[in-house]
Design a protein. Structure first.
Length: 205
């Protein structure tokens, strides 16, 4: 019963939209109505500016640090409880109860969660992400292969069923985000390239 209570608290903490709050206070803009509508780091930087972006990064990192260390303190030696609280926070990040199910992609919180739980897995995931990002210049669909790498790499490194399930659930959560959320990087890259395209057309004329 105590574990369920703290899992709920972790979800609520993960639901705190730091990017939305920071952007609203600093600029008066509603982050869910600007750019991609996501309340994560990238959109916060683009809409709210550097200060809002930095606050968002700190807040998103805390969504990994607070639940994991709280679980280790409250439930020492229980890997299941640590992973449950960590994933509950990730779920809140992507589907915030305070924003009626809206949220960010949770990549910052997820990255730091894996870093704290399994540093070697995190390193390998970062390496594969960089490689896939380079290959994505050929086809953007390549980036989606990262969804397969998450549970596979965690399983290869940890050799633990609970860790593998955590990786699989995290991968499914990212798949949900890919389907329902706009890609911040793709959105702003296209937006940035539009002036260049216009310049080329004017030169051609």
């Amino acid at each position: 019963m105590l574990v369920a209570l703290f899992a709920m608290l972790s979800y609520l903490y993960g639901s705190i939209p730091f990017g939305y709050i920071a952007t609203s206070i600093l600029t008066g803009e509603k982050l869910t109505q600007k750019g991609t509508g996501n309340v994560g780091v990238t959109n916060a930087f683009k809409v709210g500016g550097t200060a809002a972006g930095v606050i968002t990064i700190a807040g998103e990192i805390s969504k990994a640090v607070v639940p994991i260390y709280a679980a280790r303190l409250l439930f020492p030696g229980s890997l299941f409880d640590v992973l449950l609280l960590a994933f509950s926070a990730l779920l809140g990040t992507s589907c915030s109860i305070f924003l009626k199910g809206k949220g960010g992609k949770g990549s910052t919180a997820a990255l730091w969660s894996v870093l704290l739980l399994s540093p070697w897995s995190c390193l390998l995931l970062v390496v594969t992400a960089v490689i896939l990002s380079m290959l994505a210049r050929i086809t953007i669909q390549v980036k989606k292969l990262q969804l397969l790498f998450i549970p596979c790499i965690i399983h290869l490194v940890e050799r633990d069923v609970l860790f593998t399930c955590f990786g699989l659930l995290t991968s499914l959560l990212f798949a949900y985000n890919i389907y329902y959320r706009k890609d911040d990087f793709a959105y702003y890259n296209v937006f940035r390239q539009k002036p260049a395209l216009k310049d080329k057309r004017s030169i051609g004329q």
